[in-house]
Write a protein that binds this ligand. Structure first.
Ligand SMILES: [Zn+2]
Length: 154
């Protein structure tokens, strides 16, 4: 698995700016600090693997978010609409972030992973520039997701 380069660090910092920037002024406190999961991540050819913990704290899982899922999030819809069998994601208005609807199989509490639109954007830009997600494929996926979004009347 490729190790993260400086490029990744750049967008992580960008992502944090989004969280602590003007738009969330009212939320920036301890809750905003914990809102950004800052889950350890590994970039692979398929997507980004996040190490996430359930809210009860008893379980850790490695969760792969695949490039097409990021493209759906960029298009503003949950990946399960354009891609059959994909995880259902929701958007948390308060934290202005996407989260996968995943529950711990041990205790049933949700796994905590929040991905801001900035991070979605940064991951995709990095994937395209590294050739992990070739530009033509990216454009094709984006069109597919935008069409799905239109069908939903959004
Ligand atoms: Zn648990």
């Amino acid at each position: 698995m490729p190790k993260e380069g400086f490029e990744d660090i750049d967008y992580i910092i960008q992502g944090q700016k989004g969280i602590f920037g003007d738009e969330c002024a009212g939320l920036c406190g301890d809750s905003a600090m914990t809102a950004f999961s800052q889950a350890p991540r590994t970039t692979t050819a398929q997507g980004v693997i996040y190490d996430i913990r359930c809210e009860n704290g008893d379980s850790m899982i490695k969760y792969l978010v695949e490039w097409p899922e990021f493209v759906a999030l960029k298009a503003g819809i949950s990946p399960h609409f354009p891609f059959q069998g994909a995880t259902d994601w929701g958007f948390n208005q308060e934290e202005q972030s996407w989260f996968p609807n995943l529950r711990c199989t041990r205790c049933g509490w949700p796994f905590r992973l929040m991905i801001s639109p900035n991070e979605v954007e940064g991951n995709l830009r990095s994937a395209v520039s590294k050739g992990q997600l070739p530009e033509p494929q990216y454009q094709q996926l984006l069109q597919h997701c935008m069409a799905a979004r239109q069908r939903m009347g959004r």
